[in-house]
Design a protein around this ligand. Structure first.
Ligand code: NAD
Length: 491
C-alpha cells in the first residue's frame, strides 16, 4: 500500500520488492469497473536482474537433496494456506471469478500443488542402465534445467502458475522467473508474499510484471534462461516457440476439443457434465466444453436439459456467496463471445438460452450462460476457441460423420465421450486426437497428478503438465558412466 492509501503490487526480484522505473498500469475489477490498485510495468532490465539472480541461486537449489526441496515446497504450501482468504479475494476482484464457488478452490489447488510436488519428488527415482561393457555402470540422473522461465495466462492466474510450473519446478530444483499477464499481476504479486514468508532461498522464485510482448519476450530470449514453460493462446505460443528456438519448451496452448454425445448416452448425466464443462469459470478454461457433437436421437433432450441447467446458473456479483458465474475477464473477450454466437445464428443456429450480456450490470462483461443448437460446423463457434460460457451443439446422425466433425477444429487438448457402451467409448477415446479424453465426464475434468497437454498435430501445444509429468519436463536426464574396472572379488 502506498502513502496515498492506494494498493500497489510490486515485482519480486531476488527476494526484494521492486517497483520498476515509474511506468505503471491500473488494475480494474471486471465486475465493477472500479480501480483496485496499480502494478508496475517492468522491462528488459528487470528481466535481466531476475534471470541473473535466479542463475546465482540455481546451482545451490540443484545441489539440495530431494528431501530439502520437498521441505521448501511444504513451507510454501503452508504460507499459501495461511493467506487463503486474502489471495482468493484479490483473485476474485482482479479476475472476476466467484469468490466462494471458484476463487477459494483455486487457492486450495495451489496449496495442494506445492504439497504434492514435494511428495512426488521424494518418490521419483533415476535409472541404472544395463551396459555391454562389464566394467561400466551407467546412470540416467534427473537434473534440474537451471533457470526456468515461466509465462502464464489470466484464466487461472494462480492455478496454472503453481500447478504447472512453480510447484514442480521448485521440486525439480530449478530457479524460476515468472511473468504473469498484466491483467492478473496483482494476485501474482500477493503470491510472492507467500514466497517471502516461506523463506525460500533468495532468487528461487522471481516475479517480473509487465507487458507480455516486452517482459515475456525478454525472458524467453535471455541467454540466461535455460528453458521455457508457456501457457496461453496458440498465437502467442507460436511466437514464443520461434523466439525461444533451441531451448527446451513446454507449451500448453488453446483448446476446443469435442464432447461427443452418442445415441445411447445417459442424457441427463451428460447434460449435467456438459453444462459444468461449458459454464465453469465462465467458460474460460482451456479444456472447457466448447463444442458438443450430439447424435440427433438425443440432441433435443440434451438441448432442453442444457437450457434448464443454464437457467440455474447465478450470474452476478463474484463476492456474493450465491453467485456461480461472474463476468468474463476482458471486455474484448465478451465482444468476441457475442460475435461468435451472432455469426452462428446468421448461419442457421438456434440460440436457445442467453446469447448476449446481462443488462443493468456495472460492466458489459457479464455474458449470459448460452445454449446454441444446430451450429454449423463451419462457424467460428465450432472451429475456434470461444473462451466463454457457451454450450454449442453440432448435430450428427451417422457415426461416419464423426471423423470430419472431430477434425473440424484444429485444437486437440481435451475431449469427452458420453455413452452407456463403455467398450465403444474406450475404443473411440483411443482414437480421439486429444491429450485428454474423459468418458462420461466433462472435458474440463482434470486432476493435477494426471498429464495434460496438446495432441501432436493439433494447435494445443507440446509436452505434458501435471504432477510428475511437469517435474519430468522441467528436468533433464544426465547420463553418468562409472568405469568400475577394479573388482574386489568378494565372491
Ligand atoms: P495470451 O497468449 O494472450 O497470453 C499468455 C501470456 O503470454 C500472458 O502472460 C501474456 O502477457 C504473455 N505474452 C503476450 N505476448 C507475448 C510475447 N510476444 N512473448 C512472450 N509472452 C507474451 O493468452 P491469455 O489470453 O492470457 O490466455 C488464454 C489462453 O490460454 C487460451 O487460449 C487458453 O486456452 C490458454 N490456456 C491453455 C491452457 C492449457 O493447459 N493448455 C491452460 C490455460 C489457458
Amino acid at each position: 500500500m502506498s502513502k496515498s492509501g492506494e494498493m500497489r503490487f510490486p515485482m519480486y526480484l531476488g527476494g526484494e520488492w521492486v517497483s520498476g522505473d515509474g511506468e505503471s498500469r491500473e488494475v480494474r475489477n471486471p465486475a465493477t469497473g472500479e480501480k483496485i490498485g496499480t502494478i508496475p510495468l517492468g522491462g528488459a532490465a528487470e528481466v535481466d536482474r531476475a534471470v541473473r539472480t535466479a542463475g546465482a541461486v540455481a546451482p545451490g537449489l540443484a545441489r539440495m537433496t530431494a528431501f530439502e526441496r520437498a521441505e521448501l515446497c511444504g513451507r510454501l504450501a503452508d504460507a499459501v494456506a495461511a493467506r487463503r482468504e486474502e489471495l482468493a479475494r484479490t483473485l476474485s476482484a482482479e479476475h472476476g471469478k466467484p469468490l466462494h464457488s471458484e476463487a477459494l478452490g483455486e487457492v486450495d489447488a495451489c496449496v495442494g500443488a506445492f504439497r504434492e510436488s514435494g511428495e512426488q519428488i521424494k518418490w521419483m527415482t533415476s535409472r541404472v542402465i544395463p551396459m555391454r561393457d562389464p566394467t561400466k555402470r551407467a546412470f540416467a540422473l534427473r537434473r534440474p534445467r537451471g533457470v526456468y522461465g515461466v509465462i502464464t495466462p489470466w484464466n487461472f492466474p494462480l492455478g496454472v502458475a503453481c500447478i504447472y510450473y512453480l510447484g514442480p519446478g521448485l521440486a525439480a530444483g530449478n530457479a524460476l522467473v515468472w511473468v504473469p499477464p498484466p491483467s492478473t499481476s496483482a494476485v501474482a504479486s500477493e503470491l510472492m508474499a507467500c514466497v517471502e514468508a516461506a523463506e525460500l532461498p533468495r532468487g528461487a522464485i522471481n516475479l517480473v510484471i509487465g507487458e507480455g510482448a516486452v517482459v515475456g519476450d525478454a525472458l524467453v530470449t535471455h541467454p540466461g534462461t535455460n528453458a521455457v514453460g508457456f501457457t496461453g493462446s496458440t498465437g502467442t505460443g507460436h511466437k514464443v516457440a520461434t523466439r525461444a528456438a533451441g531451448k527446451p519448451l513446454l507449451l500448453e496452448l488453446g483448446g476446443n476439443g469435442p464432447s461427443i454425445v452418442l445415441e445411447d448416452a445417459d442424457v441427463e448425466a451428460a447434460a449435467s457434465a456438459v453444462a459444468g464443462g461449458s459454464f465453469a469459470n465462465a467458460g474460460q478454461i482451456c479444456t472447457s466444453t466448447e463444442r458438443i457433437i450430439a447424435h440427433e436421437a438425443v440432441a433435443d433432450e440434451l438441448a432442453e436439459r442444457l437450457v434448464g441447467l443454464a437457467s440455474g446458473v447465478r450470474l452476478g456479483d463474484p463476492l456474493d456467496a450465491a453467485t456461480t458465474m461472474g463476468p468474463v475477464h476482458t471486455a474484448d473477450g465478451a465482444r468476441k463471445i457475442v460475435e461468435q454466437v451472432e455469426e452462428a445464428r446468421s448461419m442457421g443456429a438456434a440460440v436457445l438460452a442467453g446469447g448476449g450480456t446481462l443488462a443493468g450490470m456495472p460492466t458489459g462483461q457479464f455474458v449470459q450462460p448460452t445454449v446454441v443448437d444446430r451450429v454449423a460446423p463451419e462457424s467460428r463457434l465450432n472451429k475456434d476457441e470461444t473462451f466463454g460460457p457457451v454450450a454449442p451443439i453440432v448435430r450428427f446422425s451417422e457415426l461416419s460423420q464423426l471423423p470430419s466433425l472431430v477434425a473440424s477444429s484444429p485444437y486437440g487438448l481435451s475431449g469427452a465421450i458420453f455413452s452407456r457402451d463403455t467398450e465403444r467409448a474406450f475404443a473411440l477415446a483411443e482414437e480421439m486426437p486429444c491429450g485428454i479424453v474423459n468418458i462420461n465426464e466433462a472435458s474440463s475434468y482434470w486432476e493435477p497428478q494426471t498429464p495434460a497437454g496438446g495432441a501432436s498435430g493439433s494447435l494445443s501445444g507440446v509436452g505434458r503438465s501435471g504432477g510428475t509429468w511437469s517435474i519430468e519436463e522441467m528436468s533433464e536426464v544426465r547420463t553418468v558412466v562409472l568405469n568400475a574396472v577394479e573388482r574386489p572379488g568378494l565372491g
